[in-house]
Design a protein around this ligand. Structure first.
Ligand SMILES: [Fe+2]
Length: 393
């Protein structure tokens, strides 16, 4: 364990294996888990980047039979999960390896639910619905990140409605998360920016939820302290491996924070933007986050938490944190107004109803109903106009 995770309340699962080139240890880690037949669940981009071949070489060298399923896609649906289940059954896998971004890892987790517990993905929508043990999972993130490697939720969409089903169960947690920052060097800048913003949103939202506790709070703080400067460095120089290491660890720690405290209104409002307008998750969350921080900042305990993240006086901590997030969005090239994603005033009522139904919103420190969600959307829709107007005055 390196210094950055020292003194943090880490759980038994996942075991973190951290280090440049750690993917070459995957064979040894599979053997330690007692595996003989590993199914690597990934996507074609990760195959093309050469990461899958490296994992295969390590598994082969350790004498572990392996097969590759490369059918994961962005915002995976039950279709990809069912295909992965078919591949795992056909191969008689005794270990799953999720290698890639959040989509690959979520597909691997989703596959594990259906493969070992039967039925359909929707049977596991919610928390703790699985009754049977699951296969061991090794999660190897190539983005930094969703934090999927350190939390038990598989986010799988319904292919018809595009509604994201969050299916969580402690049994679905990875046994091992391999944090090899070298793998994140191949991320396109756009992906590093979007997933990095998601990490910051995870740190900020988990810092104030109704389920917040000492363990989650320590993780949220560390994730923000590491991730906020690291994302700026990554965006300035994608080859800065030290920054990539910090960012990857921040993403993992933020994932652990989610596991302990859930998320909030930024994620609740982001999900319908992704479902209806195809907005990339990190960009949807990023656009909503400053408005949610200002909204939550009406509560004294939220202002105290925000001040602990950004430093300085509690009184204007929410405004300063929101401003800090906005400066990150600008660096990352993420639009601040949802109008830039094609959303118009006419869409807001419908989006607000969908956002108010999101389970994740129930953990926000201030209650969010459709009226609140509409106001949050409206403030973000008009963001650019408002600022342009302010600049003219
Ligand atoms: Fe997220």
């Amino acid at each position: 364990m390196n210094d950055a995770t020292h003194n943090l309340p880490l759980p038994d699962k996942p075991r973190l294996v951290i280090g440049d080139g750690a993917i070459d240890r995957i064979g040894e880690l599979a053997i330690e888990l007692g595996a003989q037949r590993a199914l690597v669940i990934t996507d074609p981009h990760i195959v093309a980047a050469g990461h899958v071949a490296r994992a295969q070489r390590s598994l082969d060298a350790a004498g572990v039979n392996e097969q590759v399923f490369d059918g994961a896609i962005e915002n995976p649906t039950t279709i990809e999960v069912d295909r992965a289940v078919e591949a795992a059954r056909g191969f008689d896998a005794d270990l799953l390896i999720g290698l890639g971004g959040g989509s690959s890892m979520d597909t691997a987790k989703g596959c594990n639910f259906v493969l070992t517990n039967g039925g359909r993905m929707s049977d596991y929508w919610g928390v703790g619905k699985a009754t049977e043990p699951m296969l061991p999972l090794i999660a190897v993130p190539t983005t930094a990140g969703t934090g999927s490697e350190c939390q038990s939720f598989a986010l799988i969409s319904d292919p018809q409605t595009h509604v994201k089903m969050a299916c969580g169960d402690a049994k679905a947690l990875a046994a091992v998360a391999v944090l090899d920052a070298e793998l994140t060097l191949t991320q396109p800048r756009r992906v590093a920016a979007d997933t990095g913003i998601d990490t910051i949103a995870h740190a900020v939202e988990t810092a104030v939820t109704l389920k917040k506790n000492d363990a989650s709070w320590a993780l949220s703080r560390r994730a923000f302290a590491l991730g906020s400067p690291a994302l700026r460095r990554v965006l300035a120089d994608g080859d800065d491996l030290a920054a990539r290491r910090d960012m990857q660890l921040a993403a993992a720690l933020a994932g652990m924070a989610i596991e302990r405290s859930m998320l909030g209104a930024a994620h609740a409002c982001a999900n319908p933007l992704t479902a209806e307008f195809g907005v990339v998750h990190g960009e949807a969350v990023g656009a909503m986050l400053p408005a949610v921080v200002r909204f939550n900042g009406e509560l004294a305990e939220c202002r105290a938490a925000y001040a602990a993240l950004v430093g300085g006086d509690e009184r204007d901590a929410a405004a300063r944190l929101a401003g800090s997030v906005e400066s990150l969005l600008a660096l990352a090239g993420v639009p601040r107004s949802i109008a830039e994603h094609g959303v118009s005033e006419n869409d807001l009522d419908r989006l607000a109803v969908a956002a108010a139904e999101q389970w994740t919103g129930t953990f926000n420190p201030r209650a969010v109903d459709a009226g609140v969600c509409r106001a949050l959307y409206e403030s973000v829709l008009t963001e650019n106009d408002r600022r342009a107007g302010a600049a003219r005055v």
